[in-house]
Design a protein around this ligand. Structure first.
Ligand SMILES: Cc1cc2nc3c(=O)[nH]c(=O)nc-3n(C[C@H](O)[C@H](O)[C@H](O)COP(=O)(O)O)c2cc1C
Length: 336
């Protein structure tokens, strides 16, 4: 490939062996998905965003989002705009076993921006810096931050904000190469992330539109980042993060067998059922079931069309498990 192999990176005192990270995705990176990615070699996985106020109110769904059982390195991402609440939520996560805290400064959702958290913080750098300061001071574990390039094209302030966060003790910064106003439109601008590289000495993670080893290499080359973060492309393919990490680290990658993939998908599905109960779990799992089936089809296995439709509509949790297992049958089944 010609690219230089990336060494392990550090998140404060934690060594991350493989320079590829599963992105936090609300409603997606549940504990089962994170365990699957970690099992196939992702260097790090990050929880779904946890709203500080909900977490402090002992909201059960929020507690589940922050679950980390079975993860080698457990990072809880927290969103909020009240420094005292952020600090308290970070302390709570630390007490519950988190190894690191990530502060969300990138989520464009109105629900978050409407509460003036997430990427809205990029328009209020003083507050963003105060949040980081209080959070860092509240815990012994390292604190990272995830941001966008800026609010819009006329205000690209990620380099300056990252520099200020570093001076407050933030240990690692991730930049998604889009502005808030782009939401998910257009292409992530990996080259624009390089200005952040030049502004900070702490590890930098690049993110946005990385969907395989070649794009990860290109993202790293353009941005100068130390690691790649992968989100949407890993849905239905949690092993992709490990594969990308191996490529970036210059290590050989052994593609998991169909049996390994089926086992991982079934474990993930079982974790959703045990978290939400069978009736709710089978519904909650649908986006994952669809993604697993489609990823299997893309790799030459997969279900006939009628069974794929059944997989994502059945309310019978056991039937869904049986269909999920069939996604990686040795031969692609005849398309119906
Ligand atoms: C469904 C969905 C949920 C997301 N939730 C979060 C979140 O909770 N916290 C966060 O920092 N980013 C969140 N993101 C943004 C991703 O972490 C990532 O920055 C973005 O998807 C770009 O990376 P990708 O092109 O590899 O998917 C979410 C993205 C998606 C698609």
């Amino acid at each position: 490939m010609g690219a230089q192999a990336l060494p392990p990176i550090r998140l404060g005192p934690i060594q991350i062996e493989t320079p590829a990270i599963l992105a936090p995705m609300s409603g997606i990176t549940d504990i089962g998905m994170r365990r699957a990615a970690a099992r196939f070699g992702a260097g790090l996985v990050v929880s779904e965003m946890v709203a500080a106020s909900f977490y402090l109110a002992a909201d059960e769904e929020t507690r589940l989002r922050a679950e980390g059982e079975g993860l080698p390195i457990h990072v809880v991402q927290i969103a909020g705009r009240d420094p005292a609440a952020m600090a308290e939520a970070a302390r709570l996560a630390e007490g519950a076993g988190a190894h690191a805290i990530d502060i969300n400064m990138g989520c464009p959702a109105k629900r978050v921006v409407g509460g003036y958290a997430g990427s809205a913080l990029m328009r209020e750098p003083e507050l963003a810096v105060a949040l980081a300061r209080e959070t860092v001071a509240a815990v012994k574990i390292p604190v990272s931050a995830k941001m966008r390039l800026g609010w819009d094209a006329s205000d690209i302030n990620a380099p300056e904000l990252a520099r200020r966060l570093e001076s407050e003790g933030v240990a690692l910064v991730t930049v998604h190469g889009r502005t808030r106003q782009q939401f998910y439109k257009g292409q992530a601008d990996w080259a624009a992330i390089r200005a952040v590289r030049e502004a900070i000495a702490i590890p930098l993670v690049a993110n946005g539109d990385c969907d395989g080893c070649a794009s990860a290499q290109a993202m790293i080359a353009a941005s100068g980042a130390d690691a790649a973060m992968v989100g949407r492309a890993a849905v239905g393919r949690p092993w992709l993060v490990g594969e990308i990490g191996a490529a970036l680290a210059g290590r050989d990658w052994l593609e998991p067998t169909n049996a390994d993939k089926a086992e991982a998908a079934l474990d993930h599905y079982a974790s959703l059922l045990s978290t939400f109960g069978k009736a709710q779990g089978v519904r909650h799992a649908r986006k994952h079931l669809a993604a697993y089936s489609d990823a299997a089809a893309a790799s030459g296995a997969g279900l006939p069309r009628a069974l794929r439709a059944r997989l994502v509509t059945t309310t019978d949790a056991d039937e869904a498990a049986a269909l999920l297992a069939r996604c990686w049958a040795e031969q692609a089944e005849e398309a119906a």
